[in-house]
Design a protein around this ligand. Structure first.
Ligand SMILES: Nc1ncnc2c1ncn2[C@@H]1O[C@H](COP(=O)(O)OP(=O)(O)OP(=O)(O)O)[C@@H](O)[C@H]1O
Ligand SMILES: [Mg+2]
Length: 322
């Protein structure tokens, strides 16, 4: 495998891309920069004299934390997610795939600009129209017919499972929570001192690890949404798998709650967007888990809630789980 890095020169990257026929005749690379703030993969924005595109390459570890092992074939999951969306007629809310090179573990994608949604945690504002569109996109994803053997994504799910269902509930996880916010460590220690909660978390985690029938995005939170040319684009489906649609809905709902630290959002979302045929209990449990792991786990968000607000959110989450 040819491994790229962010210091690569324009000329070396041109040579690297040459056999893959990515660049057109006369097209020259003029600038290579890091695209956004990802942790897991190498993601570069390549500007040429004609256009701009994104190159994403996976490795056998997390790009920002090399000690964390991650399955290199996750880029294939991502590619197959996009392919499935295209096959089902939903190409409007995903970037175009310009090239996919399975053996070199990279994909070249249309550049859908620099406007992500991560600022909504500080602006504490997301409008109802955007929420509606995101639910529509999620329903489209879940309605996809999957015609080939979709990857189980088991290894990446195992990694996610640790960070969602196990480590946040473990006192000795080594997370330096007080460096994130003074008092967070004590809050977390008190909160997780509850055997019932740990056992419940593990049993929901078992459910997450199963394979189901519905195509999921697997990481449907503001970091996976982009605004471009008046459209919403969904990116980064490396965590996708066939599972419970309740999981995607729950992750989405958890973040809508986290944005404002407002638990009343749940009623509104439930009444307007969650179908009667969905398993409500399961939906609630996944919401609880996602809120907890975002507050006291390693995958923190750019939120600025007080310890008191976090305490309320944690207790609310516990009530959803137990
Ligand atoms: N097609 C695209 N167009 C424009 N920007 C993009 C595109 N794909 C990725 N980016 C930018 O690069 C960032 C990282 O991309 P992505 O989330 O796919 O990488 P990742 O390594 O999987 O991240 P994470 O660690 O969050 O899982 C995105 O947040 C976004 O800002
Ligand atoms: Mg990712």
């Amino acid at each position: 495998m040819n491994k790229l890095n962010s210091n690569i020169s324009n000329e070396v990257l041109e040579d690297f891309l040459d056999p893959h026929k990515v660049l057109h005749k006369g097209e020259k690379i003029v600038e290579i920069t890091k695209a956004g703030e990802g942790n897991m993969n190498l993601v570069l924005r390549i500007k040429t004299n004609r256009r701009s595109f994104i190159l994403k390459q996976s490795r056998s570890y997390a790009e920002k934390f090399p000690s964390i092992k991650a399955p290199i074939e996750r880029i294939n999951t991502e590619y197959l997610f996009y392919k499935t969306m295209i096959n089902n007629g939903f190409k409007n809310n995903i970037p175009n795939i310009i090239s996919y090179q399975k053996n070199d573990f990279f994909m070249i994608l249309e550049d859908v600009g620099k406007s992500d949604f991560l600022n909504i945690y500080t602006s504490k504002n997301i409008d109802i129209k955007t929420i509606e569109i995101l639910f529509e996109i999620l329903n489209n994803i879940h309605s996809c017919k999957v015609v080939f053997d979709y990857p189980s994504n088991h290894k990446l799910k195992e990694l996610n499972h640790q960070h969602m269902f196990v480590l946040p509930f473990n006192r000795d996880n080594g997370f330096d929570l007080n460096s994130i916010q003074y008092g967070l460590k004590e809050l977390a220690d008190d909160f997780i001192d509850d055997e019932r909660l740990k056992i419940k978390a593990l049993s929901i985690g078992d459910r997450y690890l199963r394979t189901g029938k519905t195509l999921l995005h697997g990481d449907f939170y503001p970091g996976s949404w982009m605004k471009y040319k008046n459209q919403i684009y969904v990116i980064d489906p490396e965590f996708s798998f066939l599972g419970d649609s309740e999981f995607d809905f729950a992750i989405f709902t958890a973040h809508l709650i986290l944005i404002n630290s407002d638990t009343s959002v749940l009623d509104h979302i439930e009444n307007n967007f969650i179908n009667k045929e969905h398993n409500k209990a399961l939906y609630y449990k996944y919401i609880g888990i996602e809120i907890i792991r975002r507050l006291i786990g390693i995958a923190q968000l750019p939120i600025n809630h007080t310890i008191e607000q976090k305490k309320k959110l944690l207790n609310f989450s516990k009530s959803l789980i137990i």
